[in-house]
Write a protein that binds this ligand. Structure first.
Ligand code: ZN
Length: 368
């Protein structure tokens, strides 16, 4: 591989503003454990929305973003053993096997630009060996990008953390990419009932297609009354919170049985506080944190890909919209407004800076 490598990337220059499409350079050479990947697709998740909003301290501006993707390995740095050039990989934020490499150094307009060990809102990425997992070469790259975060988190919380059994009750609050997969996983192990709660009728319709046996529209009905009716006042043995709003989180906690377990999967804002009933905790209502579906990437990513390829799980239906890198701000807007499923970004869509700038201009123009 000849260095430097120059490519387009969506850069977070200022908080609470649109990402800017910039031509970014990696001078090379690759350091120990670093892998150069040509990225095909990336998903957008709540974490990036939060990073852009700047709700947490962020000393790294300007920086690159994104933590779920798919692509093809182009070059490997010293010490890399788990991937080879030509390998098709899922890019994920959870640490798998291989070297935990240093973050790469990129630049644009002669200035340094920061990036973590994985970023995916860029046409090429220098990514740490332990943030990628090889999948079969004929895998669908559009689907594969979802296995970096949303799918593995949603399936993993039900199958690896809660270990839900047939006939046990599950309530999922929030039917985005993660929530829909939690619903799907619960349905596949014959949990009953599987209750989807959301404020959007459209999201609830998709939730039914993913295996929800009951749905509750929090906008038009009393959620706890609905849960009581469905569960004959027992409430849900497992509650999955796949949203970030503190008020909705308090409501979700109340939906849990005693004993029962509540998984905090959506990432709340930095200073979020919630109020819970202490006696309910005493009565074994258990509140637990959550870390990426507790998956082992090398084991679970190929496993879930295989389930998809055999028609056992739905993944294609999760992709509710697709944009090019140049239109990434449009995609971010769609996720912000709480649409169901996942918006994915095609990185192959923008080949040159001229084209990127032209499309960027057009997009800005239409939004004014
Ligand atoms: Zn994510």
């Amino acid at each position: 591989m000849k260095y430097p490598v120059t490519f387009n990337a969506a850069v977070l220059v200022k908080h609470d503003e649109d990402l800017q499409i910039k031509t970014v350079t990696f001078d090379g050479p690759l350091q120990a454990g670093q892998v150069l990947v040509k990225i095909a697709y990336t998903g957008i998740c709540g974490k990036q929305i939060e990073e852009i909003a700047g709700t947490r301290p962020d000393p790294y501006l300007p920086h690159l973003l994104g933590h779920e993707g798919s692509g093809v390995v182009v070059d490997i740095g010293p010490g890399v053993r788990t991937v080879r050039p030509g390998d098709v990989v899922v890019l994920h934020w959870m640490k798998g096997s291989g070297i935990d490499a240093l973050a790469p150094e990129y630049s644009f307009d002669g200035k340094k630009i920061n990036a973590g060990p994985i970023t995916t809102f860029n046409e090429y990425g220098v990514i740490s060996e332990n943030r990628m997992t090889v999948i079969p070469k004929d895998s669908d790259l559009r689907i594969a990008c979802l296995l970096g975060c949303a799918v593995t988190t949603g399936l993993g919380v039900i199958w690896n953390e809660a270990n839900v059994r047939p006939g046990e009750s599950v309530a999922v609050f929030g039917c985005g990419g993660v929530g829909l997969n939690a619903i799907q996983a619960a349905g596949l192990v014959n949990a009953y009932p599987v209750i989807a709660v959301d404020t959007s009728a459209a999201n609830l319709k998709i939730a039914q297609e993913f295996g929800a046996t009951h749905t509750i529209d929090a906008n038009t009905s009393d959620v706890l009354e609905g849960i009581d009716k469905i569960t004959e006042n027992r409430r849900a043995k497992y509650v999955i919170i796949a949203l970030a709003d503190p008020k909705a989180t308090e409501l979700a906690v109340e939906a849990s049985a005693k004993p029962g377990t509540v998984y905090f999967v959506g990432v709340p804002p930095q200073d979020a506080r919630i109020s819970v009933n202490a006696l309910d905790i005493h009565r074994l209502r258990t509140l637990v944190g959550h870390w990426g579906g507790n998956i082992t990437p090398d084991v679970h990513i190929p496993l879930y890909m295989n389930l998809y390829r055999r028609g056992k799980i739905k993944l294609k239906e999760l992709i509710t919209s697709e944009v090019s890198l140049a239109d990434i701000n449009v995609g971010l807007g769609r996720i912000q407004t709480g649409g169901a499923g996942r918006c994915i970004v095609s990185l192959a869509g923008v080949k040159s800076q001229e084209k990127a700038t032209a499309i960027e201009g057009a997009v800005t123009e239409t939004r004014r």
